[in-house]
Design a protein around this ligand. Structure first.
Ligand SMILES: Nc1nc2c(ncn2[C@@H]2O[C@H](COP(=O)(O)OP(=O)(O)OP(=O)(O)O)[C@@H](O)[C@H]2O)c(=O)[nH]1
Ligand SMILES: [Mg+2]
Length: 309
């Protein structure tokens, strides 16, 4: 038992596993990696949820680095992989700075499948934006799931921000519209719209999201100013599929990837950035309002290639 516990604590991270694979014999790198090494490396990246395209990309970089003799030791290899991961994850501008309306309230629409952490993320964003001095108002536009309205209202009370909600089974677009009206009336500058993650059908959900986006756009020019797609970082390639689906309904302007605390296989973040072509703005790292980090590609790559994980 004792032994098991020790193994658990010291579970090697991605880098630990790569190192064990390719660099037990440091000379292997100088001679060039053989086919079996490359195959194992590829498998490690796929297991870490990088997905096929990002894995291929990293393998090419790796082979080239070794072939050209640029990567001679494990530090070169680690730095080289980290640099490429940073390139794959990077986007222009500060990911933590979101669009703002020139006039009237800024509307931030939060969407994603059920259970990914939308409502929690709305609370985290409200907390963050309030701390930045913004006057935030929440819109409980998940009228589908029993308890969803109450859940958001509890957060609103805890955070001390107003919340506009309709009735369960009501029209979510109407709730979002009313929330924008309320923001104008009360002088709130930011409306955070929480939405449903599941409806009777998937098409129903997509139609509803389109309608919410259209209706807020009628009340506030340019709204929604951000459409933030929340994805669960632990579900790997499924998150990529979800992302594509939502992108067909309302084009996301940013991704928020949740549940990256614990033992998430972080490669999915690289796959999502690459496959969806949308900047990653924040990471969710826990259930509390403080557990939202502005996405930092360099920092993320460093974590991804940590010795343990
Ligand atoms: N560990 C961890 N848990 C999270 C994170 N974000 C949300 N959760 C948890 O995930 C569960 C679902 O979160 P919700 O915010 O209710 O998810 P949702 O997307 O609004 O779900 P629906 O309203 O059913 O569509 C809750 O138990 C949250 O506490 C995160 O970053 N890390
Ligand atoms: Mg919710």
């Amino acid at each position: 038992m004792k032994r098991e516990r020790v193994t658990q604590q010291k579970r090697p991270g991605l880098w630990g596993r790569i190192k064990r694979l390719a660099l037990t014999d440091v000379g292997a790198l100088v001679r060039g990696l053989n086919a079996a090494d490359l195959e194992s490396m590829e498998r490690l990246l796929l297991e870490a949820d990088f997905g096929v395209p990002a894995t291929m990309d990293l393998m090419e970089v790796l082979e080239e680095g070794v072939r050209r003799g640029r990567w001679k030791n494990e530090h070169d290899l680690r730095d080289g992989l980290a640099d490429r991961i940073v390139e794959l994850l990077a986007s222009t501008g500060n990911p933590g700075v979101m669009a703002r309306a020139e006039h009237g309230p800024t509307v931030l629409l939060v969407m994603g499948v059920n259970g990914v952490g939308k409502t929690t993320t709305v609370a985290k964003l409200a907390h963050r934006l309030t701390a930045e001095g913004r006057q935030v108002l929440l819109a409980a536009a998940d009228t589908w799931r029993a308890g969803a309205i109450a859940q958001l209202e509890v957060w609103a009370t805890r955070l001390g921000v107003p919340c506009v909600s309709g009735t369960q089974g009501g029209d979510p677009a109407a709730v979002a519209f009313d929330a924008v009206e309320a923001a104008v009336a009360r002088g709130a500058d930011t409306v955070l719209v929480d939405t449903a993650g599941r409806l009777h059908t998937q098409e129903g959900l997509m139609d509803e999201l389109r309608k919410v986006a259209r209706v807020v756009g009628r009340r506030a020019p340019g709204a929604p100013h951000e459409a933030l797609l929340v994805l669960d970082g632990t579900v790997g390639q499924n998150a990529v599929q979800q992302g594509r689906l939502f992108a067909e309904a309302v084009a996301p302007t940013g991704l928020i990837i949740t549940k990256l605390d614990g033992t998430a296989k972080g490669g999915a973040v690289v796959a999502l950035r690459r496959e969806l072509g949308v900047p990653i703005r924040f990471l969710g790292r826990g259930e509390g309002v403080e557990d939202l980090e502005v996405f930092d590609p360099r920092d993320f790559a460093r974590h991804l290639l940590a010795d343990e994980g």
